[in-house]
Design a protein around this ligand. Sequence first.
Ligand code: NAD
Ligand code: UD1
Length: 345
Amino acid sequence: MNILLTGGAGYIGTHTIVELFKAGHSVVVVDNFVNSHPEALKRVESIAGRQVPFVQADIRNREALEKLFSNYAIDAVINFAGLKAVGESVEKPLEYYENNMNGLFVLVDVMRKNNCKNIIFSSSATVYGDPAIIPITEDCPKGQCTNPYGWTKSMLEQVLMDIQKADHSWNVVLLRYFNPIGAHESGLIGENPNGIPNNLMPYITQTAIGIRKELGVFGNDYDTPDGTGVRDYIHVVDLARGHVAALKAIEQNKGLAIYNLGTGHGYSVLDVVKAFEKVNNMKVPYVIKPRRAGDIATCYCNPSKAKEELGWEAIYGIDEMCRDSWKFQKNNPNGYETETNSKQL
Ligand code: NAD
Ligand code: UD1
């Protein structure tokens, strides 16, 4: 299939391009680089040994999208494009609602006009709120999100479900990601956060390399085995393969399909710190801090639906996640900014 990846220059998108190529698909990428760097696509080209067709545009730009659809025959779209910083979404709710929601509205309208009605949407475990069931199955009721970013995911899921309900020729696949970490084994592509990282793994790797003094562990008084928050970390390459597998739901004309993409294992903050220290043979200084507002104690999934219906399951464990996150950080202490490419920009 020829797949359009919106936001394909980002963390998950770049890894997904590599896996789509491996599986014999072709791609087109559209991105406005609001949270990514052109160098990331060059790195993908060097891993894959082929060019990545690319259009630089904002997906809210209808004219640009229409031109893209008239220049390329697109079989399905994976919509990664979106703003994702939780804290920033609380500060700038309108910008988040406007970018994430309007971006999807324009995209699906242009898709429909071009008779392309197959979409995979990047959703998040955040839609479960404080989950009613652990491990979380797809039947678990959605919950109250604690921030505008989370609400954009929850509401856009609803928008896509309603579109599919009204027109059964749509195939809509909602992928609820748990906590993606890790990087491609080459160390060429990985997570490249702007500013101070919000998420655990980039904070650990930046502490390990000396950019941050110490990790703050947000709370050690949760009702978990060691008191720190428990999450379902998933290697980004496994997650990327989950998108390739999700194309099966489109090929089978499933209509609406919802899948959790996680490993089914919960690791605490201190489990991750210990695994990172052991695998990479180094120390990560940390201090216990108060709980972070909006955090929950435990969040991990039951991934069996994706296994049964798509034949997908995560193969990497926490050790590979820690090894590969560190490899990318070590090889790219300044992310994708190098002396050569920052002069070019
Ligand atoms: P990312 O920020 O690295 O990638 C998103 C890409 O979208 C970036 O390259 C950005 O430049 C682009 N983009 C944003 N708005 C755009 C617009 N209007 N037009 C064109 N391009 C635009 O994020 P990621 O980690 O790769 O996440 C991909 C998707 O998965 C996002 O929708 C995110 O919300 C979702 N998600 C991510 C996580 C995670 O932990 N990384 C978890 C759950 C869901
Ligand atoms: C967060 C977002 C979620 C989003 C996801 C994307 C919140 C409340 N939730 O999930 O909406 O979809 O990122 O990956 O922000 N931790 C520390 N110290 C740190 C950073 C994190 O102790 O410096 C802890 C957290 O308290 C949590 C765990 O590490 O227990 C994981 O945190 P994080 O990586 O931010 O992911 P989530 O909170 O699960």
